[in-house]
Structure formats: structure tokens, C-alpha cells
Design a protein around this ligand. Sequence first.
Ligand code: ATP
Ligand code: MG
Length: 523
Amino acid sequence: MKREELLAPSEYNLVSEFEKYAKDEGKTALIWENAEGDSQEVTYSDLMKRANRAANSFQDAGLEKGDIVLIMVPRLIEAYVCYIGALKAGLIVIPSSEMLRPKDISYRLTHSEAKAVIAYEPFIDQFSGVAEMEGVTKLVIGQAEGWTSLTDKMEQAPDVFGDVGTRSDDMAFLSYTSGTTGNPKGVVHTHGWAYAHLRTTAEHWLGINENDIVWATAGPGWAKWIWSPFLAVLGSGAIGYVFNGKFDPAVYLQKLEYRKVNVLCCTPTEYRLMAKEKNLDSYDLSSLKSAVSAGEPLNREVIDTFRSKFDLEVRDGYGQTENTLLVGTMQGMEARPGSMGKPTPGNRVEIVNEFGQPADDGEVGDIAVHVSTPALFREYYKDSERTSMQFRGEYYITGDKAVRDGDGYFWFEGRGDDIIISAGYTIGPFEVEDALVKHPSVKECAVVGSPDEIRGTIVKAFIVLVEGAEGNEQLTQELQEHVKELTAPYKYPRKIQYIDELPKTASGKIRRIELRKSEQERK
Ligand code: ATP
Ligand code: MG
């Protein structure tokens, strides 16, 4: 695919990608269910009508094109309705997870100067202590005192909505990053970004064909929800399966079988826990033809298990809130377990050295994106300093380190800050973690550098064990030997600490920064 094919027409609204499927009256868009067994289905045509009602209601509430709105609606059909309605009305959406706490909401409202909040009734308490809500329009799905009911407004509103004339370079999303390393950054994405993203990922990476049943497990509020369950599913005319229930590996496997899911997109942690599930053989996943993972490094253990049990290749994909899928094992490409894959079509992704020049094969460097790439973000909102810090020469620097081999495959080393330098060696935590989770007693782990008098820094592993395993001196030695067998021996964890839980972001990413800090403080 050429770069030009990723450039949207100048007059463009991303909702047009979904709207074209509404002409076919009976075409299913979403199948929703919750843990209690309630379920709903909606067609493309109904979804668009409901979104039009929402768009009219937003205008009626005084919101205008270019206004910023924070949307906090969980995995419900209403989330799709609100996002589509807002985008159609030319509003800029701040995707927000229901897991945000008052301080997270304050941070976003102050930083963005949002005009309105659209929230789901059970979550409005999270807004009550927030001083910045003063003067903000409050719309609620359901009913709540002090809030205008969007549900009521939509009942009165017409189900047709005219064109507000958005352009491809108009802002569509103000997406805050996960905050794995510090305060979340406000990433500006345009309608044109969505055009490029859809064309990069839906078919080539996710492997979605029209009418496929697709389960992308990310929840609204995360960049990944926009990527997959929202843009890629509805932009392909596929059927999105939405499960509004807590993650449980056995439940997920049952749903995959029962719903005859064709395409699965989830996090490495979800795959890892499914792979460790007992009686994995008993599930019939024969409908599943494509499975992808993104958000964190994908362990080899997962790939091996899904290959042997289901004859299925779990394919990795790497990207950031700031851009799109940058590197991935695309559909039909030869997979190299442990490698993320190759640069995605139409995007210029390189490994660069400290001078901003392309690095040699085999040399560790920064994963970088050429500035000409259409799916690169415009800026960090109201933070030109931070934006410019992220560029070196002609490249945007992702902050992640990797190596490219002679065949063009990228091998992830770790986040720049997570890289360990010990006794003169550079050690990426991922390779060590990857080896550790291959051990049957290890459920999850995180590897960081720990200060050491003699060596400066040593490799330390924090390990969560599977049920029934006991963390003792004997296991520690066994794990150290195990890592030495699978990696270069100098990378083995000299220290191992067993813990009950790893520190994670609300989206479930491991926060090595916290472990690293506590190690430094301990010294
Ligand atoms: P913050 O920037 O606020 O600290 P964050 O970087 O975790 O948070 P996201 O944009 O959600 O926020 O995540 C992108 C990061 O996730 C990447 O920079 C990379 O470190 C990691 N990542 C995503 N996909 C993969 C993958 N397939 N393999 C390894 N790492 C990945
Ligand atoms: Mg980041």
C-alpha cells in the first residue's frame, strides 16, 4: 500500500465509513451481552438513526462543531451511539474509561477545557467531587439529579442529521495516553487520521472481512477501543461482539466458542491467562481464523500454546496512542515468534540511532516514524514543547527500543526507560520476562534494574506465581537456571521477589516504573 492511499479526501467525516453499511436495512452491526446473560443486537441502520438522534440532542444542548466533550460510557451500544453522534456533529471526543477517578477527570477537564461531559448514570458519582465541572454541560445516559437526561432528549430528537461539513484535518479525538510512565498526554487525532488507521489495520492486520464476527476486547476510553472495536469493525461492515463483563479466561473461551467468533483482538495478558487455563483442549475454537494482540509485548509461550492447541497463529502488533499500528505480523505473513513483525503498509517506520539516522540491522535503536506518515498524531494538545521533544531530525521518536534483523523483522527490546544497563551490558526486560513466563509456575512477571553496590544495577524479577506454586529458594534457583538456558546467561535475574500482584495501569499495563522506583528507594 502506498502512502497516498492513506490520505483522506479534504472533505471527510469518519462516520461516513460506517454509514455506507446502513443502506442495507437488516445488516447487523453489534451483538451485545453482559455477564448476567442480557443481550441486544443492533443493525447499522438503527445504530446510525440513534447516532443521529444523539447528534441532534448535542446541538440542542448548545454544543457546536469544534467543542470538546468527554465521553464516559462503558461497553454498551450507547457508547457507539454517543461517539458516532458526537463525531457526526463535529464535536471532539475525549475517550474516557469508567475507571478514571476524580483526579483523572479533573486533569482532563482542566487540560482540555471540555464543554460537556456525557456519562452513564452509574458512574456520575465520580464527577461529583470535581471542581472543574462548574460551567460544564452535563448529559447523562439514564436519569440523575443535576444532569440533563440524554436518553429523554434522544426520544424527542429526529433520527436524521445533516452534514456539518467536517474536513479531514479537523480534530476528531483528544486521546489521553495510558499514563504508564507519568501524566497522560493529550494526543490530537483528526478525521484524516482515522481514514489512514482504518486502511492500515482492519484487513491487513486484524484480517476482518465484511460480516465477520469480531471480538475486540478493549473498553471505551482507551486508544485501542477506537482502533479496533470502533473504527476497524464498523468501518469494515463486520459484526462487533461486545461483552460487558469482567475478564475471566474460562468465560472468554466459552464466549469465543459459543459466539463463533471469527476475529479476536485482545491484550497479551488476556492471551497469557487463557493459555494457562486448564482443559484448554475442550474448547472448540474452529470459527476463529484470526487472532491478534497489542498493547504490550506478546510472549512466545502464548504463541506456542495457541499454535499447538488450536492451530492458530496469534499475531503481534505494536503501536501507540500517538499513531497507529506501526509494526505488526500481518495477515498471511510468515510469523517469527518473539518478533513484532514488520512496518505496517503505507507507514514509514525505522530504527534510528541517537543522531536520528537509520540504524544498522542488528543494532538496538529507537523505533521511529517518518514525519510523512499519515497516521501520525498532529501534536500533544497545548504542549508544543513536549511535541517538539518527541522529534529528532525527520523522525518522531516513539520512546521504545528495538532491533531489526536482516529480513526486516522488528524485535522489541523494551520501553526506553525500562532498559537495564548492568555491568556494561544492555538488557531488555522483555526477553527475560518472556523466558520466565515459559516456566509452568510463573503466571506473570516484570523485570527491572535494581541498584547494586558492585554491579551498579542488577536484573531483578518480580514474579506472580500460578495457584499452588510456592515461592522458595529452590524455585528461585530453578527459575534462574531456566532463564540461563533460554537467553544469554548474563541476563538471568540475580534477584527474584515473589509478589501477589504486579502494579498496573487501569488498562492493565505493567508499570515497571513503580517497581524501579521502589527498588531505588529501598537502597
Ligand atoms: P504513557 O505514554 O502515558 O506512558 P503508554 O505509552 O503505555 O502510556 P499507550 O499509547 O497506550 O500509552 O501505549 C503505547 C506503548 O505500549 C508503546 O509505546 C509500547 O511501549 C507499548 N506497546 C504497545 N504495543 C506493543 C507490542 N506489541 N509490543 C511491545 N510493546 C507494545
Ligand atoms: Mg507512551
